[in-house]
Design a protein around this ligand. Structure first.
Ligand SMILES: [Zn+2]
Length: 110
């Protein structure tokens, strides 16, 4: 891996996108909690939607953590190294998902 700067830029852009998504989701959740629904079926639908929003929020937060780890690994010169087996992660894989932490072999093993 030679061109860390390009990955670093992409990671910062992705981090901003994820942070914006988390903020938007939390605004949504906050507004929902303030709105009192009278109808029980509407309430059920709303809590189902809230579960979806919370799942999306959790996913976005996990990605932000992975992005932070990737940015740290760039500073520590370990970027592109599988955090499970220590092998170099294929560049195409990093191009597709710059914050990926596992090589394809480890990812497939689950
Ligand atoms: Zn691996």
């Amino acid at each position: 891996m030679t061109n860390y700067a390009a990955f670093e830029d992409r990671l910062h852009v992705l981090r901003d996108e994820m942070t914006a998504r988390i903020n938007a989701l939390n605004n949504d959740l906050h507004h929902r909690e303030q709105a009192v629904e009278k109808d029980f079926s509407e309430q059920a639908t709303q809590s189902e939607n809230d579960e979806v929003l919370k799942a999306l929020d959790h996913e976005a937060r996990t990605i932000v953590q992975q992005i932070d780890r990737a940015l740290l690994s760039i500073r520590e010169n370990t970027f592109g190294t599988c955090c499970s087996c220590g092998e170099t992660i294929a560049e195409e894989r990093l191009q597709a998902i710059p914050y990926v932490t596992l090589c394809i072999d480890c990812a497939e093993q689950g």
